[in-house]
Design a protein around this ligand. Structure first.
Ligand code: BGC
Length: 857
C-alpha cells in the first residue's frame, strides 16, 4: 500500500486519474452549498455553510436552529484572543452538527464608514491589526478540528451599495497598510484553508478576476496555497477568473464554468494546466478536511443541538463585549434592592435584536430579550425584590414586520404560511413542492427543487390565515423580486404583477426586491382572514459566452417579503414617559436592528431610526436615572449624550443578549469591552465623509491610510469616544512601561511591558493597548501612532499584573509605493505607548533600529 504523506502529494496523484471533464467539474459547486463530488474515484462533496457568528447549515430561511454568537464587532470589543478562540471551538462543534466542512468566515474588512451595512460582521473595526489578530485566533481554533475556514471578502468589502458593479479606487499604500493587512496577518499566523473574494472591482478589475491581487500579492508575495472561492454568484468571467487563480465558482451548478470552460480549453483559450492547478487545490481541501477518508460519504441530516456549555460560554463572551461609555453618576452597577422599580423602555427592550442582517443571520436555538432576561435573572438573584415593567416607547421598524404568531398555515395551524412551488410561471397544475414556512420572508433559494434552476422561471403561492387580536385599520405589506400580488379573502389588495427585470428595486429582501407596497384595511378582532400571496420568479438575462470578458449577472435570491401589523392605538411615547416617571430607574434599550444594519445595503445616517432620539430625550427629562443601552454594529449619533449620565454600547449579542445585559447592568460582570471603532461626534467628522458610497458606481479611497483613529489623530478631531475606549466599575493604574531592549534588530524582537494595578474595589479585566509611533522623521508621513499589540489582564482589587506584547518587524514598517516595498527607515526611532485607549496614553518607552535600513517583505 502506498503511503500518502500530505494534501499536495495526494491531490497530485488523484488529479492524474481524472478526465478533463472531471477536473472542470471540481471548479464549480454542485448546488448552493456543496462542491461537486466525483464518485468514480471516491471524491466526496464538501459542504460549506455561513458564518461568521453561527453555523446556519444549508437553508437560509427556516432551516435548523444554531447557536448564535455575539457579532464579530462585539467579539472585537473584547480585545481577547482567548474568547475568540473559544468561539472558534464552539463553532467547530456546530459545523459538525450541520455536517459541513467549510465555515464561510471570518469577515475581516475594515469599517471604512459608520454607514457600512456589514460593519457589524467584521472583526476589524478601525484597525487591521486588531482584525487580523482576532481572525487568526478564530481560524486556528476552527481548523484545529479539521474544519476549513474561508476568510472574506478579499479585499476591502467595506461597502454594500452597488456591490456587484462598484469600482473601488484604492491607492496602493492604503491597500497594503490597511485593507490587505487583516488578511495578511491571518494568513501568516493561521493559514485559512480557503479565502473568499469580494464582489466589487478593485482598481478596475473584479476581485474574482484580479490577477494582481490573487496571483501577485496573495500567492506570489504571501505564498498562500489555499483554495480561493468566489463570493456567491461573484465569479465574473470564464477564463480570466481561473487564470487569476480564483479556483472555485460558488454556488453551483456552474454558471461561468462547466461546459464553458471545457469549450474554452478545446478552443485553445485556456491551458489544461491552469484547470489542473485549481482542481488540485479543491482536492487538497478534500484532504485537509479529512474527507478523502470517506470516498462514499453520504451526508447525514443536520442536527440542532443546544448545548448548556455553549450557552454559558456565549453569555460570558457577550457580556465581555459590552462597552461602558459613561457612568458619571455611578448609577451602575444596579443594586437589586428590595422595592426597586425598574422600567425597560425602548423598541429593543423587549425584542431579541441579536444580529445584523444578511448571510450572517440565522435562526438561533433560542432568543432572549433585555426585559425578559432581566425579570428571569432578578427572580433568581433577588427573588421578589424588584418590580420590572415595560413600555416600547416608539417603533423602529423599517418595514412592516413579518407576519406575527396570529398568522397560521391553513394546513397545520402552526405559525407561518403554506408555501407551494410550481415548475411554471402560471401557478398551474400540481405543486412541484410544498412546505411550511415559519416566517413570511418567502425566500426561494437553497430550498427550491433542483429541477427549477438555474435561470429557469417558476411560480409560488403562499397561504395563511390571520386572526387579528384587535379591531382596527391594520396594515399589510408586500415586496417581491419578480411579479407578485396579495389577496385577502380573495380580493387583490396589492399588485406588483407588472414587475419586469428592469423594475425599480429597494433595500428589501437583500436589495433584490421592489419597494414595499402597503395596504391598510379595516379588520375585526377574532375574525379569520385568508391571506394569499402569489408570485413568479424574476426573469434573468442569459450569460453570454465571452471567454475573456468581465461578465456580470446578478442572480441570487428570489421570492417575496410579506408583512402585517395591527394598528397602534395607544400613545407609545406618553405611556413610556409616564412609566419612566413612576420608576426608580429606567433601562432604555434602543438601537438599530436586522432591517437597518445588513448585508446588501448601507445605512443612510448615523441617527437612531424612528423617534428614538426624541424618546430618549423625553425619558431623560422624566427620569434622569436612566441607563441608555444602545444596540448597533456601528457608531450612532448621540445628540442626547450630555443629558445622559449612563450609556452602554451593547452591539448585537446573539442568543445570550438578554442575560449578558443583565450581568453587566447588575455588576455580575464588570464591563471590560473597549470600542474597536471610533465613535465620531458626527458623520461630517469621519474620514470617508466625502467618499462614501461614491457615485456612478465609482468610489475613491481618498482618505488613503488615514482611516479610523489614524484620521481623527492626524486631523486633531475630537471623537465622541475614541478607538479603544471603555470604562469599568473599577479603576486601573498603569506604571513602569518598559521595553526588553532599546534596540530592535532582525534577530532581537522587542517586548513591551507595563504593570497594571486594580486600584478600585471590584474584580475587573483591562484591555491594555500598545501603540507604536515613529519619532524619527519618517520617509513618508505616518500615522501619529498605530495599534501594534494588546493584552488583557484580569485583576482582583489591589492586585498588579504585567501586560506585555512582543513587537515584531511588522510593527515597524510602512509601505513605500515608489519602492514597492515595506520599509523601515534607517536608524528609525520609535516610541511605544501603553494605553487605556487610543487617546489615553499611560506611559511609553523608546527603542530604535539597529543596522541601518531594514527591508520587510
Ligand atoms: C455573502 C457571503 C456569504 C455568501 C453565502 C454572500 O451574499 O457576501 O459572505 O458567505 O453569500 O451565503
Amino acid at each position: 500500500m502506498q503511503l500518502i504523506l500530505d494534501s499536495k502529494t495526494w491531490a497530485e496523484q488523484v488529479v492524474k486519474s481524472l478526465t478533463l471533464e472531471e477536473k472542470i467539474s471540481l471548479l464549480s459547486g454542485a448546488d448552493v452549498w456543496r462542491t461537486t463530488p466525483i464518485p468514480r474515484v471516491g471524491i466526496p462533496a464538501l459542504k460549506t455553510t455561513d458564518g461568521p457568528v453561527g453555523v446556519r447549515g444549508s437553508t437560509v430561511t427556516d432551516g435548523t436552529t444554531a447557536a448564535l454568537t455575539p457579532s464579530a464587532v462585539s467579539l472585537a470589543a473584547t480585545f481577547d484572543t482567548d474568547i475568540v478562540e473559544g468561539i472558534g471551538h464552539l463553532l467547530a462543534t456546530e459545523v459538525e452538527d450541520k455536517k459541513a466542512d467549510v465555515l464561510l468566515a471570518p469577515t475581516v474588512c475594515l469599517h471604512r464608514s459608520p454607514l457600512g451595512g456589514r460593519n457589524f460582521e467584521s472583526f476589524s473595526g478601525d484597525d487591521p491589526f486588531l482584525g487580523g489578530k482576532l481572525a487568526a485566533a478564530y481560524i486556528r481554533a476552527i481548523q484545529s478540528h479539521g474544519i476549513a475556514t474561508s476568510i472574506k471578502h478579499f479585499v476591502a468589502n467595506d461597502q454594500e451599495t452597488r456591490r456587484f458593479i462598484l469600482n473601488q479606487h484604492i491607492p496602493e499604500r492604503a491597500l497594503r497598510e490597511m485593507h490587505l493587512v487583516p488578511f495578511q496577518i491571518a494568513i501568516r499566523e493561521a493559514n485559512p484553508w480557503t479565502l473568499m473574494t469580494s464582489y466589487s472591482k478593485i482598481n478596475g478589475t473584479y476581485a474574482s478576476n484580479n490577477k494582481r491581487l490573487l496571483q501577485g500579492i496573495l500567492r506570489d508575495e504571501w505564498g498562500y496555497d489555499g483554495l480561493v472561492i468566489s463570493d456567491w454568484f461573484g465569479t465574473n468571467s470564464i477564463v480570466p477568473s481561473l487564470e487569476a487563480g480564483m479556483d472555485l465558482e460558488m454556488p453551483g451548478p456552474a454558471r461561468k464554468r462547466g461546459q464553458k470552460l471545457l469549450d474554452a480549453v478545446r478552443l485553445g483559450h485556456l491551458k489544461e494546466r491552469t484547470i489542473e492547478k485549481s482542481a488540485k487545490r479543491v482536492l487538497e481541501l478534500v484532504y485537509k478536511t479529512g474527507k478523502h477518508n470517506y470516498p462514499h460519504w453520504i451526508e447525514e441530516p443536520e442536527e440542532a443541538i443546544n448545548r448548556l456549555e455553549h450557552q454559558e460560554f456565549l453569555r460570558m463572551a457577550a457580556a465581555d463585549g459590552i462597552v461602558l461609555l459613561k457612568n458619571t453618576n455611578n448609577l451602575l452597577p444596579l443594586r437589586l434592592e428590595s422595592g426597586l422599580q425598574v422600567a425597560f423602555i425602548g423598541p429593543n427592550s423587549r425584542a431579541s435584536v441579536a444580529a445584523g442582517g444578511g448571510s450572517a443571520n440565522l435562526n438561533p436555538h433560542y432568543r432572549t430579550t433585555p426585559y425578559d432576561s432581566f425579570v428571569e435573572n432578578a427572580n433568581i438573584f433577588a427573588p421578589g425584590a424588584v418590580t420590572v415593567k415595560h413600555a416600547v416607547g416608539c417603533l423602529s421598524n423599517k418595514w412592516i414586520p413579518l407576519v406575527p404568531e396570529n398568522c397560521v398555515s391553513p394546513v397545520n395551524g402552526e405559525h407561518g404560511l403554506l408555501m407551494e412551488l410550481f415548475g411554471n410561471t402560471t401557478l398551474s397544475g400540481v405543486a412541484a413542492a410544498s412546505s411550511h414556512r415559519k416566517t413570511s420572508m418567502l425566500t426561494c433559494y437553497d430550498n427550491i427543487p433542483k429541477s427549477f434552476g438555474p435561470g429557469k422561471r417558476y411560480s409560488y403561492r403562499a397561504t395563511g390565515v390571520i386572526t387579528p387580536k384587535t379591531s382596527g385599520n391594520h396594515t399589510f405589506s408586500l415586496g417581491s423580486c419578480g411579479p407578485s400580488r396579495m389577496l385577502v379573502d380573495g380580493v387583490e389588495i396589492i399588485s406588483l404583477w407588472g414587475r419586469t427585470k428592469d423594475s425599480e428595486r429597494s433595500e428589501l429582501f437583500m436589495a433584490y426586491a421592489s419597494p414595499e407596497q402597503r395596504f391598510d384595511m379595516r379588520m375585526e378582532a377574532g375574525k379569520p382572514y385568508t391571506l394569499v400571496v402569489e408570485g413568479i420568479s424574476r426573469e434573468m438575462d442569459p450569460i453570454p459566452v465571452e471567454y475573456f470578458a468581465e461578465l456580470y449577472r446578478e442572480e441570487v435570491m428570489d421570492g417575496a417579503r410579506v408583512g402585517f401589523m395591527e394598528e397602534v392605538q395607544t400613545d407609545l411615547l406618553g405611556d413610556a414617559v409616564q412609566l419612566a416617571r413612576e420608576s426608580d430607574v429606567v433601562v432604555m434599550v434602543v438601537g438599530k436592528n436586522v432591517e437597518w444594519e445588513s448585508e446588501a445595503y448601507d445605512m443612510k445616517s448615523m441617527d437612531l431610526p424612528g423617534e428614538q432620539n426624541k424618546l430618549i430625550s423625553e425619558v431623560l427629562k422624566a427620569n434622569p436615572n436612566t441607563i441608555i443601552v444602545n444596540q448597533s454594529g456601528s457608531p450612532i449619533a448621540m445628540p442626547w449624550i450630555d443629558q445622559a449620565s449612563t450609556v452602554l454600547q451593547a452591539w448585537y449579542q446573539g442568543q445570550e443578549l438578554g442575560n449578558a445585559m443583565f450581568d453587566v447592568l447588575t455588576g455580575l460582570v464588570n464591563p471590560n469591552g473597549k470600542l474597536p471603532v471610533t465613535f465620531p461626534k458626527r458623520l461630517e467628522d469621519t474620514p470617508t465623509y466625502h467618499n462614501f458610497p461614491g457615485e456612478n458606481d465609482q468610489v475613491f479611497y481618498g482618505e488613503g491610510i488615514w482611516l479610523g483613529y489614524r484620521h481623527y489623530d492626524k486631523a486633531h478631531i475630537e471623537p465622541l469616544f475614541p478607538f479603544g475606549f471603555g470604562l469599568s466599575y473599577t479603576t486601573f493604574e498603569y506604571s513602569n512601561v518598559r521595553v526588553s531592549s532599546p534596540i530592535f534588530s532582525p534577530h532581537r524582537d522587542v517586548t513591551v511591558s507595563v504593570d497594571v494595578t486594580n486600584t478600585g474595589y471590584l474584580y475587573g479585566k483591562e484591555s491594555v493597548q500598545f501603540y507604536v509611533s515613529q519619532i524619527s522623521k519618517p520617509g513618508l508621513p505616518r500615522p501619529v501612532r498605530e495599534l501594534k499589540g494588546f493584552a488583557k489582564v484580569a485583576l482582583q482589587p489591589g492586585e498588579t499584573k504585567t501586560a506585555q506584547y512582543k513587537l515584531d518587524k511588522h510593527a515597524l514598517g510602512y509601505f513605500n509605493e515608489k519602492l514597492k516595498k515595506w520599509v523601515v527607515d534607517e536608524n528609525a526611532e520609535f516610541e511605544v505607548f501603553a494605553a487605556a485607549n487610543s487617546r489615553d496614553l499611560r506611559g511609553s518607552a523608546i527603542f530604535s533600529i539597529m543596522n541601518g535600513m531594514q527591508w520587510i517583505k
